[in-house]
Design a protein around this ligand. Structure first.
Ligand code: UD1
Length: 374
């Protein structure tokens, strides 16, 4: 059976890699879980392994924090000898973090097929580091697993071959459904003395929102206004913690430590409203049927707006507060996009293993336009 490296590096990777690993191993593949070490704090890392039942990584690259170039270079430098040593049949990368891109680049140059899980998402905001990671990772990948039809459309428009593109559904939702009962048994609401439906949950960590003090101040003002209607609980990412200390907090916003996976799902599931700049939370709130306001100017996950509970609200405080009031008065109905059904990992494993077993494989040499024009 093939040997497949699955890469995880940062918090949002852990819940995406787990269902793919499980499905590959259930079909007899040898999976090597590689942790790049991009996230390392207990609150950003260890608790996710425990909550998700992820085994300890088979290999840990221990690369740690740094600038984008430093992180990318360190992950590449550590991953390259590992690929040489293990000679995997494929490398699976998930999501859009720096580790995703760095490992895809190493594997592609080593001639190892890359499978990208969560392919095709586009915010069209080139100022987002994740957008650059998404576009380049897709270009390096032989197999592109899109979570939703908009991802397929984007990939087709960019000239990828139809045989490379697979509408697989959303692996993050596989993990959500697999753990929902355990999450709902969490005692976090009790510990924080919250009542179901009696609070709003907020997260903020994107550089564009937290690095500029004026922008962070404006968003905190908006959250402070929402907190006049109902308490706002804000679990804090390490990136944001230092900035918040400087910015000062309006009354009614309650800072709590970053939550583990199960606790955070429990907090989302019982929130009356979620306000966020995260990607994955837009998806989880849609699957849970909880209203979400995304405090960004673009989303790479438009299906959560067209077929979910998300509203792309921008970053103007008046608009955020006005929309929050509207949504509190008349919340959107719950609906789930197709193939967000808990079986995306199975579909991905079937396609990847069939691909590796095929006698002749497609290589991502040229995009479609080039082939057609030649
Ligand atoms: C990364 C991802 C982002 C994702 C986020 C989720 C990229 C480009 N961005 O952003 O898409 O939404 O993770 O969590 O990969 N730090 C710690 N402890 C840790 C990790 C980081 O204190 O365990 C601090 C460090 O000071 C570090 C900073 O957070 O410099 C930023 O971490 P980094 O991994 O560079 O990016 P994130 O902002 O976490």
């Amino acid at each position: 059976m093939p040997r497949i490296i699955c890469v995880a590096g940062a918090r949002p990777n852990f819940m995406k890699v787990k269902p793919v690993m499980d499905a590959l191993e259930a079909r007899g593949a040898e999976v090597v879980l590689v942790h790049t070490g991009q996230h390392y704090d207990a609150a950003m890392n260890d608790v996710f392994f425990a909550d998700l039942g992820l085994r300890a990584p088979d290999r840990h690259l221990g690369t740690g924090s740094g600038t984008h170039a430093e992180q990318t270079a360190r992950v590449m430098t550590a991953f390259e000898p590992l690929v040489d040593e293990l000679r995997p049949d494929a490398v699976v990368v998930v999501g859009d973090v720096t580790s995703t891109l760095a490992c895809a680049l190493v594997a592609a140059k080593a001639g190892v097929p890359v499978a990208h899980v969560e392919a095709g998402l586009r915010s069209r905001d080139w100022a987002m580091p994740e957008e650059i990671n998404r576009v380049v990772t897709d270009r390096l990948s032989e197999l592109l697993f899109a979570p939703s039809p908009d991802g397929v459309d984007n990939l087709r428009a960019e000239g990828y071959h139809d045989d490379q593109i697979h509408l697989a559904g959303n692996v993050m939702i596989d993990t959500l459904y697999a753990n929902l009962d355990r999450a709902l048994a969490s005692d976090i609401l009790h510990r924080y003395e919250l009542t179901p439906g009696g609070y709003a949950l907020a997260t903020l960590h994107r550089p564009a929102n937290v690095d500029d003090p004026a922008m962070l101040g404006a968003l905190l003002t908006a959250l402070g206004e929402v907190a006049r209607e109902l308490p706002v609980v804000l679990p804090v990412h390490p990136r944001t913690a230092a900035r918040l200390e400087l910015a000062g907090l309006p009354a009614g916003i309650r800072l709590v430590p970053p939550a583990g996976y199960l606790d955070f799902i429990a907090l989302q599931a019982s929130a009356r409203l979620v306000l966020t700049d995260s990607g994955g939370i837009q998806e989880e709130t849609t699957a849970l049927g909880v209203p979400c306001l995304t405090m960004r100017d673009s989303t790479e996950r438009p299906i959560t707006v067209t077929e979910g509970t998300n509203t792309l609200v921008g970053r103007d405080p008046a608009r955020i507060v006005g929309t929050a009031r509207q949504v509190l008065a008349s919340p959107p109905a719950k609906r789930a996009p197709a193939l967000w059904d808990g079986h995306a990992g199975d579909r991905i494993a079937d396609v990847l293993l069939a691909y590796l077993a095929a006698p002749v494989r497609l290589r991502p040499t040229d995009l479609r336009e080039t082939v057609v024009g030649s």
